[in-house]
Design a protein around this ligand. Structure first.
Ligand SMILES: Cc1cc2nc3c(=O)[nH]c(=O)nc-3n(C[C@H](O)[C@H](O)[C@H](O)COP(=O)(O)OP(=O)(O)OC[C@H]3O[C@@H](n4cnc5c(N)ncnc54)[C@H](O)[C@@H]3O)c2cc1C
Length: 466
């Protein structure tokens, strides 16, 4: 008899994982704590509830990375996309969803599936045996959060994100900025030039501080901070930049914007008054985060204020900053390439708790985890998803491509994709480049789906030991 797959959490990721595994012939039990135990954001007992906006964002699968993710999930027979399409609302190029009928239809489809059982229990311990996927999301219950932290170490599980904006490297003006680590520290040339520096004179710094102080900010929602096992969103070294600026106009110049240990090769005789540093965010070197610039400024304000930084006037942002209640693992250190917890390979993680961000990204990670688990139960190991695809780029990022020291939740974006050869860089080449990425991804995803069903050599140690 086929072994059962247990899935904790019936949100975007858990629902899709259950569907994929059940369709592959595996019996599934979904353990969803709602409505018995609630969260501050969910309103209903339905599975796949959209807790805030009703948008799956852009549906353009030729020019947009999230649109491409939609395409890949549709090709894989995804329940979340099929149901979203059935409950689509008019929204231009975006995929907006009629949220209550959507969640009700996902719940009904899962309840009606002959291989799926749904229980309304909260799981509070890490299971030692059996096949499990934990897809408990940004609002993982406190008891389970503590059990995960006990296994991974408290520093490897965050209860809040602290996202600094991330910039596409190719949009930084290197005739203004330069590469240098503070005091040229590092053993290798790569380490000595690990940071990109943007200089400011006094007038630019003062204008920047004014703009920070005046910018519109977002607030925590009612219950957001207090729902975490550790309800302290701002810990040392992680204050929003605008809060640092409020503490004194010079605070940033003595903090993340200090100009010491750096020489601007474009003007070696002029000492910058302040310097904004950007640090490489992925192994590909296509993304850079602005160091120490976690913020609760509204998105529109962030774009305006950050483009005041010399060298970032034309910056294109892979993601903007934020601080939210968000339980997530340090996946690059904790998960293997099959999304299993290295210390307990009977447990996979999926969804937002793995450090992706958003309904669509979470469902996509559920889709993959469901397929990986189903294959494992059938005695097979699926070939890695090509990282040229949106799903492959995301899973490669969270399971190793991202810098573990600065790991924060990530939306899908073309900066995660391996660059294309022979395609024009910069803003002008963007349209052709994006089309190149999506054409390549579609071909590779189609091949992976066609080949993934075939038995692969079982090289997986966890499986051979079983
Ligand atoms: C306040 C808030 C607003 C957000 N707004 C947006 C937005 O506008 N757009 C967007 O794309 N994303 C938004 N997100 C992120 C969004 O939550 C995720 O993108 C998406 O829902 C994550 O899917 P998931 O399956 O990983 O988690 P969820 O959809 O949250 O599903 C996790 C499920 O696990 C259950 N659960 C938790 N702990 C346990 C346990 N111990 N035992 C059993 N069940 C458990 C929960 O009840 C929940 O149903 C928001 C998040 C929050 C917290």
């Amino acid at each position: 008899m086929t072994e059962t797959l247990h899935i904790v959490g019936g949100g975007m990721a858990g629902s899709e994982a259950a569907w994929q595994a059940a369709e592959a012939g595996v019996p599934v039990v979904i353990h969803e704590m709602r409505p018995r135990v609630g969260t501050f954001a969910h309103r209903t007992g339905d599975l796949a509830e959209m807790v805030c906006s009703n948008s799956f964002r852009s549906d353009d699968d030729e020019q947009n990375a999230v649109g491409l993710l939609h395409w890949e999930m549709r090709e894989a027979g995804g329940l979340i996309m099929r149901t979203a399409d059935a409950h689509r609302l008019p929204a231009g190029g975006a995929l907006a969803v009629d949220r209550d009928p959507f969640a009700a239809a996902v719940t009904a489809a899962l309840r009606a599936h002959p291989r799926i059982t749904i229980t309304d229990e909260e799981v509070t311990e890490l299971p030692r045996e059996g096949h499990w996927i934990l897809a408990t999301g940004p609002l993982t219950s406190a008891a389970l959060g503590q059990a995960i932290a006990a296994e991974t170490g408290a520093e490897a599980l965050a209860f809040f994100d602290a996202i600094a904006p991330i910039v596409h490297a190719e949009t930084i003006d290197m005739s203004v900025a330069w590469r240098q680590s503070r005091y040229d520290k590092g053993e290798t040339e790569e380490e000595r030039t690990a940071y990109i520096n943007c200089p400011m004179d006094k007038a630019q710094y003062e204008a920047f501080i004014d703009a920070l102080l005046e910018a519109e900010k977002t607030e925590f929602r009612v219950g957001e901070a207090s729902s975490a096992p550790d309800p302290t969103p701002y810990f040392d070294g992680c204050l929003p930049i605008e809060v640092m600026a409020e503490r004194g106009r010079e605070t940033l110049r003595f903090g993340p914007m200090k100009p010491i240990g750096l020489t601007n090769p474009h003007a070696p005789e002029t000492k910058p008054y302040a310097v904004v540093q950007l640090r490489r965010d992925n192994a590909l070197g296509t993304l850079y985060n602005i160091v120490g610039f976690q913020t609760k400024m509204k998105y529109g304000a962030q774009t305006r204020v950050f483009r005041m930084i010399p060298g970032l006037e034309e910056a294109s942002f892979a993601r903007l900053g934020g601080i939210h209640r968000n339980t997530f693992l340090n996946s690059p250190t904790l998960l293997d390439s099959q999304m299993r917890l290295k210390s307990r390979p009977n447990i996979r993680f999926a969804g937002q708790v793995t450090g992706v961000e958003g309904y669509v990204e979470s469902a996509a990670m559920g889709l993959l985890a469901g397929r990986l688990a189903a294959a494992e139960i059938a005695g097979r190991t699926l070939a890695p998803v090509p990282r040229t695809t949106a799903i492959g780029a995301l899973v490669a990022h969270i399971t190793g491509g991202a810098d573990a020291r600065t790991f924060q939740p990530m939306n899908v974006n073309f900066g995660l994709f391996p660059p294309l050869d022979g395609v024009r860089g910069g803003r002008r080449g963007r349209k052709d480049r994006y089309r190149g990425y999506t054409d390549r991804a579609k071909a590779d995803w189609t091949d992976w789906l066609a080949g993934a069903g075939a038995p692969a050599a079982t090289t997986d140690p966890a499986h051979s030991a079983a």
